[in-house]
Design a protein around this ligand. Sequence first.
Ligand SMILES: [Zn+2]
Ligand SMILES: [Zn+2]
Length: 268
Amino acid sequence: MKDEIVILGSGGGRHHIRTQHRATGGFLFKFNGIQAHIDPGPGAMVRLTQYKEDPVKTELFVVTHAHVDHYNDINAIIESSREIIHDKNYNYYKKGILITTLEVINLIQEYHLNMLEQIVRFKAGDKLNYKGVEIVGTKAIHSPVNESFGIKFNLKEYSLAYTSDTKVFEDFSNQFSGVNILILNLLRPDSITCKRHLCTDEVIPYLNKIDPPLDCLIITHFGSYMDGPRSKRNFVPSQVNKLQEQTNIKKIIAAEDGLKLKIDELII
Ligand SMILES: [Zn+2]
Ligand SMILES: [Zn+2]
């Protein structure tokens, strides 16, 4: 299996947008020969080039909500996903499918929306079959004013989910039942809570309620308290240790900018 995850940014929130202390380009998920770019925040385009990834291969675009650290580079990513934009008569080639919220659709230029084959307005609970892979919207509780969702890919050999930005809630664990690999946006360390995001101590009991247990947890989208302008040190390694000690998950991986992970090595 050649499936892979490429971290184009392990940072989240405005301080990383400003400093790029950790990049904010989202990540690539390559599965069944399909390349998806998920949450292309500021610098996504630059990171693709920096980490020697090919934007032309992207055919699935996912933006989970209308925050700038998730959608900023989407126009550039769509435009860069084709070598030739139009024919001699200015007929634009259509390619790719965009999965996002209505709010994000309204933020993307008409010009770029017209380049896509399909635009899917998505929310928690929605399902879509894309080339034999079931894609499911998971619930996220994040901003009071912006709609948002997480996303789960059910493949034959494994299932991968991405929480997006969220708090924990009643059904948080249930919706990841059967998931092998979970990508978790973990903005803050230990017990440093935040109204709209997760911290480690809050999420641990919910991770332990996922049944059967995950094979692998990838933590990412670290905020400035975790590592950056407002943190005394990089708290990421201590959070990995804590998660290893206090959860039933076999593999805990911290995202780093440019990290490439082979799915084969993540599932048991
Ligand atoms: Zn975010
Ligand atoms: Zn957000």
